[in-house]
Design a protein around this ligand. Structure first.
Ligand code: 1GP
Length: 253
């Protein structure tokens, strides 16, 4: 059983170090644009790639993974929108339980179906409590999963949900306002949730500026995920990664 990715994420959290993730959606990424993104990601010392999307309607998943593997050593973690988005070519997979919702299939049902495949696979399985938080626009995840997000101002609901996830033995919590969210998750919710957790807190959805990324890590996010903004302007990778990593350079945190 692999534990490398989990161990390095937990160690970073324990040491107060922050990590930056670029999310690539194989439906949206153009192979032409990929070389540029990979070059920028290597220069920016991006810590991980998350690979996934809510739908994945084309057959680009394996191609995207292969292209990344050929060009750099940044670990690739699947962020599957459903149980069909699996590939042995990645390094790990977020084994997502949608703990903000009450859809049994997404809490445990799909996991049962995927378990034998994952047990045989070389992928490191990262048990992750996925919490969808209202980002001001209806999201594909919310529609497809038939679940309601946690209301944006209900910090206490988010905290209790995350703590319950940790107590159930999940290894990571991913708070997501959804791809392209109008309102990213508030710093107050990040502060509240991170103050109650010992496991790493991943935050994403609607983060468009390096300033916001830094604000989020200062508030307690351990890992920042950016997708949309980088698809629109790949050069942003440099500034975003630098903003997150600048926190690790401070002597007093
Ligand atoms: C979505 O958290 C990710 O699931 C990233 O969101 O695409 O809005 O950066 P963006």
């Amino acid at each position: 059983m692999h534990t490398q990715l989990h161990q390095s994420l937990q160690k970073a959290k324990d040491q107060g170090e922050k990590r930056f993730v670029v999310l690539m959606d194989p439906d949206k990424v153009k192979l032409r644009q990929m070389d540029k993104i990979l070059d920028l990601a290597t220069r920016a010392k991006v810590d991980y790639f998350f690979i996934g999307g809510s739908l994945i309607v084309n057959n680009m998943l394996d191609q995207v993974l292969l292209r990344i593997k050929e060009s750099c050593e940044i670990p690739m973690i699947l962020f599957p929108g459903n149980s069909f988005q699996l590939s042995y070519k990645a390094d790990g997979i977020l084994f997502l339980s949608l703990i903000s919702g009450r859809n049994a299939d997404l809490l445990i049902g799909n996991h049962v179906l995927a378990a034998p495949y994952l047990r045989m696979s070389p992928l490191e399985v990262l048990p992750t409590g996925y919490m969808l938080v209202d980002g001001g626009v209806a999201t594909t995840v919310s529609y497809i999963s038939n679940t309601q997000p946690i209301p944006a101002k209900k910090d206490d609901v988010a905290l209790c949900t995350a703590i319950a996830g940790e107590m159930l033995g999940l290894k990571l919590i991913y708070m997501d306002a959804g791809s392209g969210a109008e309102n990213p998750i508030s710093t107050s919710m990040i502060e509240t949730v991170s103050s109650g957790l010992k496991i790493p807190l991943i935050v994403g959805g609607g983060i468009r500026t390096p300033e916001k990324a830094l604000e989020n890590v200062k508030a307690g996010a351990d890992v920042i995920v950016v997708g949309n903004a980088i698809e629109k302007d790949p050069e942003l990778i440099l500034e975003m990664a630098d903003a997150v990593h600048s926190y690790n350079r401070q002597e007093v945190k």
